[in-house]
Design a protein around this ligand. Structure first.
Ligand SMILES: Cc1cc2nc3c(=O)[nH]c(=O)nc-3n(C[C@H](O)[C@H](O)[C@H](O)COP(=O)(O)O)c2cc1C
Length: 327
């Protein structure tokens, strides 16, 4: 019997498979179905801070979205047993803290702070935005007692330094990483197309790299999010040190029942490798435990690139990727 249990944000979970925030987790019925399919905790979709409108179009309740969210959270808390993590995206410090308090009061087991700001203004330096993110974590930490996780973008210049700052600010966990909205162009209509881009398994590499480098160097819990599409992907993230492996695109693409397949697949893989528990393998292949710590860094990138050579095949050029020892 394989023990898949893990601890995330101080919450004891029966497996590391946690559906992350998405439209899937904004429906009560889906939350129930996710629990039935084996979710060990569920992150609700994000509630975004609303600015009360002034003038004639002012809605009856200026915080209609928050009220709906709190209703969903309360209702879900009454009917599911797994921990529910509320996700919040604020715009002002007051909004972050007020919403966080309301979510805590409504029964959230933990909070995920969706620190998602597209840095499009040229007169705002990166350091100013970074200070702002850290302030948000500090303020929310002071406002609530439940554990908080910061969900980050991978685009910080110094991820390690920011991680330390988030930890010092009081975050209990980091979710690595959020996906940025990336619009496309429609060449038929010559319009910007706001299409949703689901991840592919290739997207696993960014959290794999960072969790592998951070494990053992930070005290916060680490959640891997991006590109978990198969049991193998989940196992890889655990091996580099993730406490939980979050899933979104794979469920949007294949349906909620895929969660059960991921769990049985993970069980099978662990058995195949003779691993007995998630606790035993967590971080086994992280940088800090590796016999070759440079494997995560630039030196190996140079070696990997050396392994790609140009070949000419009957008049057309191609690149051949060589495997093996490139030293
Ligand atoms: C359609 C869609 C909606 C999402 N909505 C949210 C959201 O409300 N809040 C949030 O923090 N992340 C949101 N995400 C990001 C996911 O939770 C997840 O972090 C990301 O998609 C990477 O994981 P994946 O590769 O398993 O999809 C959304 C993703 C998608 C595809």
């Amino acid at each position: 019997m394989i023990d898949l249990s893990t601890t995330y944000l101080g919450l004891k979970l029966k497996t590391p498979l946690v559906p992350s925030a998405s439209p899937l987790t904004q429906e009560f019925d889906n939350i129930k179905r996710l629990e039935e399919a084996g979710a060990s905790a569920i992150v609700l979709h994000s509630v975004f801070e609303e600015t009360p409108l002034k003038g004639t179009n002012e809605p009856a309740s200026p915080f209609a979205a928050l009220d709906r969210y709190l209703d969903l959270l309360r209702r879900a808390k009454e009917s599911v047993r797994v921990p529910l993590i509320a996700s919040l995206g604020g715009t002002s410090l007051k909004g972050w803290t007020e919403y966080a308090r309301r979510l805590e009061q409504a029964g959230a087991d933990a909070l995920e702070l969706n620190l998602y700001q597209v840095p499009s203004q040229a007169d705002i330096a990166g350091s100013v935005l970074e200070d702002g993110y850290v302030e948000v974590v500090k303020a929310v930490r002071a406002a609530v007692k439940i554990p908080i996780a910061a969900k980050l973008t991978p685009f910080f210049t110094s991820m390690s330094n920011m991680t330390r700052r988030f930890e010092e600010a009081g975050a209990n966990g980091l979710v690595l990483f959020n996906r940025f909205y990336q619009p496309d162009l429609n060449l038929d209509t010559m319009e910007i197309q706001p299409s949703v881009l689901l991840s592919t398994a290739q997207d696993l590499r960014v959290p794999l790299t960072w969790i592998g480098m951070l494990f053992g160097r930070v005290k916060v819990s680490l959640a891997g999010s991006s590109g978990v599409h198969s049991p193998e992907d989940a196992l890889k993230l655990l091996l580099v040190g993730a406490d939980v492996t979050m899933v979104c695109s794979v469920l949007l693409r294949h349906g909620i029942s895929r969660l059960g397949d991921l769990e049985s697949g993970l069980n099978g893989l662990m058995e195949k490798h003779r691993f007995k528990s998630v606790a035993e393998i967590k971080g086994k292949m992280s940088q800090i435990r590796s016999s070759d710590p440079t494997a995560f860094e630039r030196a190996q990138y140079l070696n990997a690139v050396k392994g790609i050579e140009r070949v000419v095949l009957t008049g057309c050029e191609a690149w051949r990727i060589l495997s093996g020892d490139h030293s």
